[in-house]
Design a protein around this ligand. Structure first.
Ligand code: DGT
Ligand code: MG
Ligand code: MG
Ligand code: MG
Ligand code: MG
Length: 269
């Protein structure tokens, strides 16, 4: 087919192919969720419905897009890791990032009612920013996920003490902020324990560790109706191995998780 004289504009597109052999991480973060969570009256500091909706949306991303081997989320963010050998969308960063962001955003809206019910409608369309980061080694990738999980822990400990001081201790938010200035983790644990009889260690793991989604093989048994040649029907049990996205709320900083799930990462050579 003859090319039009306009074809040359294609050459203005820039090459954003991700470097080979690197894990491709797409991290999404809710845009201005400070306001979004306020307007939708999310429970402070953690809203279990909201965390459930984030995980549900992330699962939809993993199920719809190829080659994501692990995802990690906390607060208003989720990171998706494409396997290092992925050739999906020719490794074009903009394609990968926009597919992840749009699948996640539309799922967040689509599943909203499942988590918030009819009584709390969405007041306006939320959005998520995305970025792409490449990690060339398993160590770098594990350190990336450790960084996000450490961030989850630090923020959650702070937020838990902060909102306990406000909600149970009767402090204003300004007073709570002042009280926590310069305190270390041990001091915060101590405030919770000695003043409010809360043992931070027994707080729910989903809040302390965030959510890790991985693929797991499970045997599933289903009953099938079979038609026999003589027109009789018979029920038979069929077991097959199915890949499903499974949520974990465990430590990913230590080696145990990686030893228990050796299929997530590819060899470093
Ligand atoms: P950004 O990301 O620069 O557009 O701005 P924000 O406001 O999204 O800031 P970010 O992402 O650093 O912080 C997340 C905000 O979302 C923060 O204000 C706390 C809020 N948030 C996240 N999860 C929850 C929750 O479960 N409950 C409540 N009440 N707030 C939450
Ligand atoms: Mg931000
Ligand atoms: Mg945000
Ligand atoms: Mg955030
Ligand atoms: Mg098209």
């Amino acid at each position: 087919m003859a090319k039009s004289k306009f074809e040359y504009v294609r050459n203005f597109e820039t090459d954003d192919t991700c470097l080979r052999n690197c894990y491709i991480v797409v991290r999404l973060d809710g845009r201005n969720f400070h306001k979004f969570t306020d307007q939708h009256k999310f429970a402070k500091p953690n809203d279990n419905r909201a965390l459930g909706l984030m995980s549900r949306s992330a699962r939809s991303v993993m199920e719809e897009l190829e080659d994501i081997v692990i995802a990690y989320g906390q607060s208003d963010e989720f990171s998706f890791v494409f396997k290092r050998t992925s050739t999906w969308f020719k490794r074009r960063a903009s394609k990968l990032m926009t597919h992840v962001a749009s699948q996640f955003s539309s799922s967040y809206v689509f599943y909203w009612k499942e988590f918030f019910g009819e009584d709390l409608p969405l007041l306006y369309p939320p959005s998520f920013d995305g970025r792409v980061v490449l990690y060339p080694s398993n160590r770098n990738l594990k350190d990336y996920l450790s960084w996000r999980q450490a961030d989850c822990h630090v923020n959650n400990l702070y937020n838990t003490v902060f909102w306990t001081l406000v909600q149970k201790g009767g402090l204003t938010t300004a007073q709570a902020e002042e009280r926590l200035k310069g305190t270390l983790a041990a001091d915060k644990n101590e405030i919770l324990f000695s003043e409010f009889n809360i043992n931070y260690n027994t707080e729910p793991v989903v809040l302390k560790k965030g959510t890790t989604l991985i693929w797991e093989k499970r045997d599933e048994t289903v009953t099938k109706h079979m038609k026999l040649p003589n027109a009789e029907e018979k029920e038979v049990e069929v077991t097959r191995s199915r890949r499903r996205v499974q949520a974990h709320h465990c430590d990913v900083i230590g080696e145990q998780f990686w030893e228990e799930h050796p299929d997530i990462l590819e060899d470093d050579n």
